[in-house]
Design a protein. Sequence first.
Length: 375
Amino acid sequence: MSFSIQPIQNAKDTLRFIKSQWNFYQNDPNWVPPLIMDRKKLLDTKNNPLYTHTDIQCFIAVESNKIVGRIAAIYNRNHLKTHNDGVGFFGFFECIDNQEIANALIDTAKQWVKAKGCTSLRGPVNPTLNDETGLLVEGFDSSPIMLMCYNPPYYERLLLKCGLEKAKDLYAYYINFDTYMTEKMIRVQAMIRERNDITIRKMDLKNKTQFKKDVEFLRDIYNQAWQPNWGFVRMTDAEFDYLANDLKQIANGNLILLAEVKGKPAGFVVALPNVNDALKHNKSGGLLTGVWHLLTKLKKTNWGRLPIMGVLPEFQKTGLDAVLYHDIGVEAKKLNIFHWEASWILEDNVMMNRAMTVSMNGKRYKTYRLYEMGV
């Protein structure tokens, strides 16, 4: 077949890049159409604070005036300052089942990051590890939970034949909050709470002054607690605020818990109702129809996601995590949200994987993979 790789050069091209995703999933019942407005914000290099330290170039593969593939090449200067590993990234990968097109897309991204001075290419990240990350390689039988990736199974074959190799697996666990809270857990967390003088409070989403303070609380703990993790890059204040204001639109303050030990900030847990249960009905990706589906269907969902929990290093052996797991379960039950995905967790994060399987009685049911190759 005859195709060409074309760079995205303006807002009109960007919209075409975004809408091209529909070309690859029209007949897939598990795909959840994104909100086009959200994708535009994510790729807005003028207003998204990520792009104060990150360069991105999107490309499309076009055959007979139809987009048959796409990719973004990403150069994250803060990642390079943190890890000094020469890694450039690719993301937003979509492709028909054609190895020649896949090869051309990956090679285009590879050459772009190489021209920036990078020595390897890693992905997919859309466009960072704080966004939708990884290629789904296990668990294709259900729709993705909010802010998690979804793709056809053949994508893995395409990427491997491009020369990419596994860099790291990311796990997603299924947890049923109606069954994991045993009498033993209730008893143990109560003892831990009293022994360590732990207090838990909910996040205030309505009071602007308190919301700002709570965001600072979350940001400071997140940047410290996640520092040792593979691939972690500290979020700037502007990036974290940008993300927090976005999530505020769908979050429930009762599901964001902030913990203190003896009056000192110590940890937090964030849980979110699964907006994808509403957005999967929004076939066009339009804003007004998306809002309507969120208003009419989100309250009916009994699914949620646990995207993040952070505990400062000095409190990680106090059992604070057990108290947070207990309290978030109590709050979730009040909202009739019993089914949860805890994601994502690095395959070699022994402590968190053990907590998911032992403490939370969770079952690993999806696996996402990051790939890497030299350039």
